[in-house]
Design a protein around this ligand. Structure first.
Ligand code: 13P
Length: 316
């Protein structure tokens, strides 16, 4: 069942965070739904600009509608990840998306405010909610690449002003995470004091963490042992998800980890079965492994086991 992102945030606030997982193809979609239903978790499907053009944006919508039929128990929202203004408007007008993210975080503050405000007006007129971003995360994601010297944490006072002036529904804040598999060169340093300070200024307002993949080291080792070259890959400590949720983080974005599952499964399979050229046996393994991975993340986010209470609250 597709619900609004707002409904999910209302249920989750202060208790748990929703996993926001990116999809690109049918195998990921099947694994994603399976994992969430197995762990009885509500969730958010993220569609990036790159995913919309990978096959075709309508293909993704059709896959999601079909998965909804195959897994009637599921409860989820559909979200545009890192949209520019034009893509946001396309998603808003499509009537399919629960929420969009306008990422104008690379612009100066006043331009970020003005751009976000324009998107909020168009989105709210159609009942779509808007995630905005303030501060700059590092790393590489699709066509967004931010150098280390451009990274800056979200300023809590500015965040409160930004939220008030734009009318956005949730805010992605930069607290030291970054996109991709290479997040930290030394030990990880997440700035929870930033989240805490924002929560104090805007209590009850949903916050979002991008760049939250944990880049499991056993996964990286297996990929490297099977011919990969991901030396030094490092992610967020996944035991930090729940403390973040308690501070008002309602949505935690995880994409890279899913790609690592895909890479490990495929590298190992073709290393061990060099005679195989059929994509279905490996596709099946991936769907299983991805479902298992999703369920394990939901446990850490504490969204696992929440489906019954969310359904009950939604039917009131
Ligand atoms: P990761 O690269 O850490 O998975 O982050 C994904 C993300 O933030 C998508 O917007």
């Amino acid at each position: 069942m597709i619900v609004t992102t707002k409904q999910l945030f209302e249920q989750a606030y202060g208790k748990y965070a929703l996993g926001a997982y990116n999809i690109n193809n049918a195998e990921q979609t099947m694994g994603l739904f399976r994992g969430n239903v197995q762990s009885q978790a509500p969730f958010i499907i993220q569609i990036s600009k790159g995913a919309r053009s990978y096959t075709n944006k309508l293909m993704l919508e059709a896959m999601i509608r079909t998965a909804d039929e195959i897994f009637p128990e599921s409860v989820f929202a559909v979200h545009l990840d890192h949209g520019d203004e034009e893509t946001c408007y396309d998603c808003i007008e499509s009537g399919f998306y629960s929420s969009v993210m306008i990422d104008a975080s690379s612009l100066p503050f006043e331009e970020n405010v003005a751009t976000t405000k324009r998107v909020v007006e168009r989105a709210h007129a159609k009942g779509v909610s808007v995630e905005a971003e303030l501060g700059q995360l590092g790393g590489v994601e699709e066509d967004i690449s931010v150098r280390e010297d451009q990274v800056h944490l979200t300023d809590p006072e500015q965040a409160a002003e930004f939220i008030r002036r734009t009318g956005c529904d949730s805010l992605a804040c930069a607290i030291g995470t970054s996109h991709g598999a290479f997040k930290f060169s030394g030990s990880q340093s997440l700035h929870f004091e930033v989240v805490e300070a924002i929560q104090k200024l805007v209590p009850g307002f949903p916050l979002v963490l991008h760049g939250s993949s944990s880049v499991p080291q056993d996964e990286v080792e297996r990929i490297n042992a099977a011919g990969g070259a991901l030396k030094g890959a490092k992610g967020v400590d996944a035991t930090q998800y729940l403390p973040a949720a308690k501070l008002g983080v309602c949505k935690i974005n995880i994409d890279t980890d899913g790609r690592l599952v895909w890479t490990r499964v495929h590298r190992e399979y073709f290393r061990d079965h060099p005679e195989v050229f059929d994509f279905r046996p490996i596709g099946k393994v991936f769907m299983e492994e991805y479902a298992r991975f999703i369920a394990s993340r939901n446990e850490l986010l504490s969204s696992a086991g929440r489906l019954a209470e969310v359904r009950a609250a939604l039917s009131k």
